[in-house]
Design a protein around this ligand. Structure first.
Ligand code: NAD
Length: 333
């Protein structure tokens, strides 16, 4: 099968790590025709807008995107392209696989779970106002529609990935209505998936348990804020954000991208670590059903990083981005 996939190299280290991921994916033999489009500061300079129509049209046509990080100007300039894409395309689910690898220093071994975070509402709805001069109010929105949608998505993903248990995170003991509704929706959806174990847990207890026994979890589903915090906490358990892949997924469009940013301090020096871009590529391969190619990428990466001399500088090794990429490609079997 041949695939058309939109490629957004982004800026900063984006073009370097995306080129690495593209080469590794192509080396698996999957037949992908990449459609490269500009977004962010480069597009603003060349085309007068950070998110040109031809880029949006390419995404809508191809539906699958591999994306590099895009710098967001602070305090002035254009609005975050990342946030705009999520809102414009209704990418309601954020997925973060959390996995420990031999060779990468981490707090725990044998960690392998997925976090599914609701991406559209909760305290991130942006509805805030001052009440007089000395108080501020921020509105937390939880709807049945978004909660059922994300919980169903989590159970479907669990089935697809052969996961045995879904853990729903909430604080319904205090926020009885909002988090209570999220929990109620989760319990209702769970009844349709009797092949998968379901449990719920309060977010503070979950934070401790994740640090102590992350091996107990398989797939976690959470509203936006708890999902955001637990995603970074969990990335910290297995080697940090530099290794973490991610995806933002909607009804029929999926964007796969590293969790880290554009790292302008090391851009253009051939020292960026491409692991999270490569793992985001492996997630993309799984999503389009190319499971064998995804395994090839993960196995080649796992074999390469066992030898710490072959890692990039951020992980204590001596390899540059290109050398590291060639090493992974030579390990693809
Ligand atoms: P960052 O993740 O870019 O960098 C933080 C630190 O980690 C830096 O020292 C950087 O050198 C290092 N680092 C990051 N990725 C690395 C890699 N692959 N290999 C080696 N070292 C790496 O975070 P930041 O500095 O806060 O953000 C820079 C820009 O990126 C900002 O404009 C921000 O808005 C943007 N950003 C974009 C996305 C996205 O496009 N999805 C995500 C996060 C941040």
């Amino acid at each position: 099968m041949a695939y058309n996939i939109t490629l957004i190299p982004g800026d900063g280290i984006g073009p370097e790590v995306i080129e690495s991921a593209r080469k590794v994916i192509d080396a698996t033999g999957v037949n992908i025709s990449w459609e490269s489009v500009e977004a962010g500061a480069i597009a603003k300079k060349n085309l007068g807008t950070p998110l040109p129509n031809y880029a949006i049209n390419s995404i809508k046509k191809n539906k699958i995107v591999l994306k590099g990080p895009i710098t967001t100007p602070i305090g002035e300039g254009f609005r975050s392209v990342n946030v705009t894409l999520r809102q414009k395309l209704d990418l309601f689910a954020n997925i973060r696989p959390i996995k420990s690898y031999e060779g990468i220093k981490s707090l725990h071994d044998d960690v392998d779970f997925i976090i599914v975070r609701e991406n559209t509402e909760d305290l991130y709805s942006g509805i805030e106002h001052m009440v007089g001069e000395d108080a501020a109010e921020s509105i937390k929105i939880i709807t049945r529609k978004a909660s059922e949608r994300i919980c169903r998505f989590a159970f479907e993903l669990a089935r697809k990935e052969g996961r045995k248990k879904v853990t729903l995170v909430h604080k319904a003991n205090i926020m009885k209505l909002s988090d209570g509704l999220f929990l109620k929706c989760g319990k209702k959806i769970a009844e349709e998936y009797t092949d998968i174990e379901f449990e719920d847990i309060i977010v503070d207890a979950m934070s401790m348990k994740l640090v102590q026994n992350p091996q107990d979890y398989d797939l976690i589903v959470a509203p936006n804020l708890y999902g955001d915090i637990l995603s970074d906490l969990s990335a910290g358990l297995v080697g940090g954000l530099g290794l973490a892949p991610g995806a933002n997924i909607g009804e029929d469009i999926a964007i796969f991208e590293s969790v880290h940013g554009s790292a302008p301090d090391i851009a253009g020096k051939n020292i960026a670590n491409p692991i999270s871009a490569i793992l985001s590529g492996a997630m993309m391969l799984k999503y389009i059903g190319e499971l064998e190619a995804a395994s090839k990428v993960e196995r080649a990466l796992a074999n390469t990083i066992k030898d710490e001399r072959k890692l990039t500088a951020d992980l204590g090794g001596t390899f540059g981005t290109e050398q590291f990429t060639e090493e992974i490609i030579s390990n693809i079997i």
